[in-house]
Design a binder for this molecule. Structure first.
Ligand code: HPA
Length: 278
């Protein structure tokens, strides 16, 4: 696999998706670790396994189902990724961004991206939802930016703005929906590390010092690609564990998946409400 994804490769993936769905989706949704349950709510669904789509990065991680589900949610046509691939699985950052490029070529203008994340802020608890109002692209800052390589001018400029990576109106709508449904939500800054090892206590104290509220291993590359292509983005973290700032507890993938079971019903309500009204 080449390091940089080309427009031709993106369009081969688009052709395959188009051939396998009757729908013209308008909203993209990416479901993170343990959060795939929302895909069950999609009606008239066309389902395409990631492994059948040319160049699509497939997830090797337990808890990521690995299929594209295209259909109706709250009367809107959505293209939902049930699972995603990560940089730590060996894909280039450009490759991690391919699914968002496919969404853009299909005409999708709004992206809802979710993830499981560890709480850095001491008052965030497992099971909480955190609406992302900004991110720290630490991995991108040191070179692993999904836009590295030849700029694909059809999508956006060489130096795209990231001043409002997370759309203020969608964020406000998510807060309103959550309040109406009696779901408590937090707001915070998400930081993406490459993983796959979880952070140690000194890593976490550093992340807290630089202003991160929750930590994970995804989302930021996809959001950078989305904003490059001019999409509106809503980001939601499901807090799966408390980050271990003093080294007294351990973090496991099982814990992340278990918290997903508490988070999914709340996440489903918030996303449904936003999709209905956005
Ligand atoms: N660290 C990094 N990624 C994660 C975590 C964490 O604690 N929890 C879920 N994804």
């Amino acid at each position: 696999m080449e390091d940089f994804i080309t427009l031709e490769q993106i369009d081969q993936a688009v052709d395959m998706v188009r051939r396998n769905t009757r729908h013209q989706p308008e909203i993209g949704i990416i479901l993170g670790s343990g959060l795939g349950g929302l895909a069950d709510a999609v009606e008239d669904a066309d389902s395409i396994p990631f492994c059948e789509i040319p160049f699509w990065p497939t997830s090797t991680v337990y808890g990521h189902e690995g299929r594209l589900v295209i259909g109706k949610l709250e009367g809107k046509l959505v293209m939902m990724m049930q699972g995603r691939a990560h940089y730590y699985e060996g894909y280039s950052m450009s490759h991690v961004g391919l699914p968002v490029r496919v969404m853009q070529r299909m005409g999708i203008k709004t992206l809802v991206v979710t993830n499981a994340a560890g709480a850095i802020r001491p008052d965030f608890m497992p099971g909480d939802l955190m609406l992302i109002y900004d991110h720290i692209a630490l991995v991108g800052m040191v070179g692993m930016n999904p836009l590295r390589g030849p700029n694909l001018d059809v999508f956006g400029p060489r130096f795209p703005d990231m001043s409002q990576a997370y759309d203020r109106d969608l964020l406000a709508l998510a807060e309103i929906v959550a309040a109406e449904k009696g779901i408590e939500v937090r707001k915070g800054v998400y930081i993406c590390l490459s993983g796959p090892s979880f952070e140690g206590p000194a890593d976490l104290r550093f992340l807290r010092a630089i202003g991160a509220d929750a930590v994970g291993m995804s989302t930021v590359p996809e959001v950078i690609v989305a904003r490059h292509g001019g999409m509106r983005v809503l980001g939601i973290s499901g807090i799966s564990n408390k980050a271990n700032l003093d080294g007294s507890t351990i973090t496991t993938h099982e814990e992340v998946l278990e918290a997903g079971r508490i988070i999914v019903p709340k996440l489903v309500e918030v996303i449904r409400g936003v999709v209905k009204r956005c």
